[in-house]
Design a protein around this ligand. Structure first.
Ligand code: SAH
Ligand code: SF4
Length: 470
């Protein structure tokens, strides 16, 4: 099936870059060394988007700061997945009143998934006069044009029209680190899980061309990145919209064939589309980390059905068994929602049982949050917040126990890690990751950052491993 994709051409991006030079002149006239702050909420896709915003801002001549009182431009890149994130965004945007008062002329922009919801764009327009510019994820590629309009017209600009999404290649990107890199391979989601706002704000699934993804991966490897995470809401449906279609395992094989010593990770995999071919490919590709984030969301078939997840608990566990058969050292993680509308005590206990059986190395657990416009928002939800919190606490306790057990089993083992940064602490001054993505604290020379090293695991707790360099 091929959907109509709105492609933004490299020529259009070059036009935006030309506007960056005009903006640089405007900003320089105001301040000799303009500074920008990019504040990012939510998922890795948003982090990748913020790297693009910083790429544009750097072309506008901006340096970067974490202090809003120093910033000439503040960009808040928002998340809409749960109410909690939205509340934090609104609180922090409101607080920008102080920095704007202290720094007249400061430009405040709010972008990302939250503002793609019409009620939120409206709220910012009406109740947050501090905000000068609002743009949704589909307008990110034309951030320079929108910002220039604010700067030259002196008017507020709102650009978050409903859209199925666009596909833009060739945006500049200023990446966060030098060891690990995000590599978005697709945008949007077609799954419409009944609780989730993502398909409404991120549009339909659009895959980047395999040639473009591979070329970017090659560039990252050349630049010295050692740990590349492929990003998509459901990477397993990558390439279905391409002509000719390219499967996700095929993409993995092509990236694996790039010469060099580096690791390939990916997220997220929807269980309904996780295939034996995927597991076999992960096992066969030597650069592919044996790490799978396979969000189950719930362990009860009725709840899974109402969530519109398209698998049963048994089918899910069967996939986990297959994946472990292909990769006995697999590190498995998941997302779980507790307190989905109408979820009973017994249904919740099915989730506990499934988690015990799946044996997750780590679990990301969330209390259900009602999202405007989703089917679940109009389902009866008789249980109290206290009931949900009680379930959440039981699940967290289980998750911590399993993680601690899994981590304890590493003690005494020797394994390869990638040293990825400093911890700021004296005793264990370096952080690193196992092939499966588990955190290992080490003591050693910071010159090792960006290198693979052999370590012996000497200790562990729920959250991390501790090791000695060999
Ligand atoms: N595409 C990914 C991730 C989407 S959002 C996937 O399908 O796994 C990340 C996680 O947030 C989800 O896996 C889910 O566990 C959680 N989430 C999404 N909507 C939510 C909601 N309305 N309330 C609580 N948690 C939610
Ligand atoms: Fe949301 Fe489901 Fe799509 Fe994930 S697969 S982004 S949970 S709709």
């Amino acid at each position: 099936m091929s959907i109509e994709k709105k492609i933004i051409s490299p020529a259009q991006i070059r036009e935006q870059e030309a506007l960056c030079r005009q903006i640089a002149a405007v900003l320089e006239a105001r301040s000799p060394r303009p500074l920008a702050l990019v504040d990012t909420y939510g998922c890795q896709q948003n982090e990748a988007d913020s790297e693009k915003l910083r790429g544009y801002l750097a072309q506008m001549g901006c340096g970067f700061t974490q202090d809003e009182f120093e910033a000439d431009i503040v960009v808040v890149n928002t998340c809409a997945v749960r109410e909690h994130a939205e509340m934090r965004v609104l609180g922090n945007v409101g607080a920008l009143n102080h920095s704007k008062k202290a720094r007249p002329g400061q430009i405040v922009a709010v972008c990302g998934c939250m503002v793609q919801q019409p009620h939120m764009a409206e709220k910012l327009k009406k109740s947050y006069p501090v905000v000068d510019l609002v743009f949704g994820p589909h307008e990110l590629w034309r951030f320079p044009e929108l910002l220039l309009r604010v700067l030259t017209k002196g008017k507020r600009v709102f650009a978050a029209e409903k859209s199925d999404g666009v596909l833009a290649e060739g945006l500049p990107s200023l990446r966060d680190g030098a060891v690990k890199a995000w590599l978005p391979i697709m945008s949007g989601c077609n799954n419409f899980c009944s609780y989730c706002v993502v398909p409404y704000v991120r549009g339909r699934e659009r895959s980047r061309r395999a040639e473009d993804v591979v070329a970017e991966a090659e560039e990252l490897v050349r630049a010295g990145y050692k740990d590349i995470t492929l990003l998509g809401q459901n990477v397993n449906s990558y390439g279905k919209d391409l002509e000719p279609s390219v499967s996700f395992p095929e993409l993995l094989r092509r990236i694996n064939a790039i010469p060099g010593d580096f690791l390939i990770r990916f997220m997220t995999s929807h269980p309904k589309d996780a295939t034996e071919e995927l597991f076999e490919t992960m096992a066969a590709c030597e650069k592919c980390a044996h790490q799978l984030h396979l969000p189950v969301q719930a362990g009860n078939d009725q709840i899974l059905k109402v969530m519109n997840r398209n698998y049963t608990a048994a089918q899910y566990l069967e996939k986990v068994a297959r994946a472990r058969q292909a990769m006995p050292d697999l590190v498995l993680t998941t997302d779980i929602i507790v307190g989905f509308p109408g979820e009973t005590e017994e249904e919740f206990e099915d989730t506990l049982r499934l988690c015990e059986e799946a044996g997750y190395d780590a679990m990301f657990t969330f209390i259900y949050s009602k999202r405007v416009g989703t089917p679940a928002a109009s389902m009866p939800d008789p249980y109290t917040r206290a009931d949900k919190q009680r379930h959440f606490d039981r699940l967290t306790e289980l998750a911590n126990r399993i993680s601690a057990e899994k981590h304890r089993a590493y003690e005494g083992q020797t394994l390869r890690v990638l040293v990825d940064g400093e911890t700021g602490r004296e005793e264990y001054n370096l952080s690193s990751r196992t092939n499966g993505g588990r955190l290992v604290h080490l003591k050693g020379d910071p010159a090792l950052i960006g290198q693979f090293a052999q370590v012996r695991i000497t200790g562990s707790n729920t959250w991390a491993l501790y090791g000695e360099l060999l």
